[in-house]
Structure formats: C-alpha cells, structure tokens
Design a protein around this ligand. Sequence first.
Ligand code: NAG
Length: 405
Amino acid sequence: MCSMTGTDSWESQLLETGFLGIFLCPLWSLAQVPPRCPPSRISIWTFRWLIVRIMLGAGLIKIRGDRCWRDLTCMDYHYETQPVPNPMSYYMHRSPWWFHRFETLSNHFIELVAPFFTFLGRRMCMVNGALQILFQATLIVSGNLSFLNWLTVVPSLACFDDAALGFLFRSSEGGAKHAVSRIQHQEAARCSPPPTRGMLVRQVVNVSLAVLIGYLSVPVVMNLLSSRQVMNTSFDPLRIVNTYGAFGSVTKERTEVVFQGTLSSDPKDPAAVWEEYQFVCKPGDLKHRPCLISPYHYRLDWLMWFAAFQTYEQNEWVIQIAGRLLANDSTVLSLIQHNPFQGRDNPRWIRGEHFKYKFSEPGGASAAQGKWWIRKRLGPYFPPVDLQGLRQYFQSRNWPHPDIY
Ligand SMILES: *[C@@H]1O[C@H](CO)[C@@H](O)[C@H](O)[C@H]1NC(C)=O
C-alpha cells in the first residue's frame, strides 16, 4: 500500500516553505545585508504553524492509518522496508524489540504532543524546536529520505529567537551574552518608531499574510480533525497551505523489481543468461552496500520502491524504461549505475523480476559472504519484452518508439 507520495508532498512542502520565506525579507531594502531588524512576529509564526501542521499531520495519519503504529511494532519493519535504506538502517533494524517500541512511542510524542509546546511560551517553544531538529537528525542518520528532513528543520528553527541562537554568531571579543544584548538593543533602536510609510505597508503585508494563511488553514485543520484524514493534499491551487503526513502505513515486506536483460534470441530458452541492471541506490545486487545520499534524491530509485508493491500496469513508465534499455538510450542509462551490456551488443530482451528482499543477518553466513541482502523470487513483474513487441505498446500510448532515440 502506498504510504507516501513520491513526487507530490515534498515539493509542496518546499513550495510552502519558500513562500513563507519571502516574508522574512525586508520589504523595502535591496541591501545585501539588510538592516538588522528582526522579521515580523507574524512571519515567524507562519513557520511555527507550518511545523505544527507537518508534525500533527504525520502523527495523526499514523495513529489512524496503520495498526502497527498503535501496537508500537512499526519500527520493527521500517528500517528494512523504507524506500531507500542506508547502512545505518541495516544495523538499526537489529535493535532489540524494546528499543523499537521506544522509538515508536518517541515518534508519537514528537509528532503528536511536542507540537503543542509551540503555544506554551518561549521556553517550551524552544523545547519543541530542539526535539524536532533532533528527530530530523535521527531520521537523516537512519535512512535516505532525501531533502525532506533537511527541509523540515527549516520551520523548526523558527521556534528559537535571536537571543537563543546568538551563541552561534558570537563575536570573538566580549561574551556572547553581551553581544546578544547589544544586538537586541540595537534592534530595538532601529526597528521601533518613528514609523515610516514603508513600515505601514509592511504591517499591511504582514497582516494580510496572517489572514491568508489563517483562511487557507481552515480546510487543513478540518482535515486533521477528520477521522477520514487524507495525507499530502493541497486545498488551494497555489499550494500555499498544505496537509502533510508520512508513513501513514508501513509496508511489512520489502519487494523489489529487478530489470534483467539477455542477448539470447529466445527468452523462453532455459539456457538464456539473464544479467541484471543495477540502480544507484535501490537494492538489487545483494552485495551492494546500502547507499548514503541524504539530502540528494534519486527519484528513479524512489519511484521503483512504489512500483514494487504495485503492478507494472499501474506503473506503465516501467515499460518505458525497459524499452529505453533495449534501445541503449543514454538518458535512462545515465540514471542507473550498472549496465551489464555496456561495451557489448544491446540486449534482445528485457524482463522485470519481482523479489522479496530482507537484510542479511549481521555476522551471519550471508553477511560473511559480503551480502547485505537476501532475497527470494516472487515471480515475474513484467514478462520479457523486445523492441519489436513493444512497438504497439508505445504507439498506443503515444510514446515515441524507443528505436528512434
Ligand atoms: C550504446 O550507447 C553508448 C553511448 O551512449 C555507445 O558507446 C555504445 O556503442 C552503444 N551500444 C551499442 C551496442 O550501440
């Protein structure tokens, strides 16, 4: 079951964060280093509201979406079945059961309880910010969720004020406390009245922003409160305020699609040798170490994870890839790591095989052979195809035939 959309939600979060970022900048100044006035409180609160929504959305969808979040077993599966595990995932997967329970409980606390700290005063707001950043750091260490975790740190930073972050920018002379209070003093002098027309315009812009975000948040909050909560949706065409959620359900078994090609003219020939293409990150070759790519996003590898628990009929682009591999298409080949037919003839046939993958046992026999994974064949994912046979498939979908690349 699909637990996270591959293309939609993170881009929405990126858009929303970027939009809110516009209002952190001074309205009138084109100076590279604008006068040191703090951004308006409204602007800061739009970021706080964003992190609250991201976390509540993620927490609520979990509680509602999958039993394993309620009986606290989800983390028994997550490390192995997440889209693109990293080397730490391999070891974290073997944590004792009580640690996995503890992780699941902590997840609920951070996603469902801590966000409310935002509204309980400066100190509690900072506690929330610190917890959220720590949480994201843990996710970065234990898996490859591309830029999502880094992006989620951004609104968390709004939980801190200048006085709390001053130590990061302390000048060499004088203590940090001194510097901070001096900065605050200067800010107060520069940013308080006499009011100018620019400041008035600024006020109008800020209040309009608050009204806009408040108005667009209504359906988002209704959705959070609804028992039929949807995940990763936008309710306005510009996607300014969205609803988020991740891992509403956790897959319990990891399946993979493996592309194989052969030079044999007869794909039914039992003597045909099938050789495997290897993706950059996605598990394939059992000896291939899980990759470490955060914050980079290998989207093709990511999408292959979704394809693996659906069918090729639901993911016709998989056949498009097969056609392009048959045609030695350099664009598609540039997205994968190993082409077994490089420097040889093009394959005559390509097929997709469906496998179940599990981590090997650290210290076990497979690991001793250098295998990070063990796998079991489930059956074909798509049958052997050749360029001739694909002609019609491509034509009926108005795809250019791969021959002409
Ligand atoms: C496949 O493409 C590569 C470069 O894109 C080229 O060097 C190679 O000769 C091609 N292979 C065949 C069999 O045409």
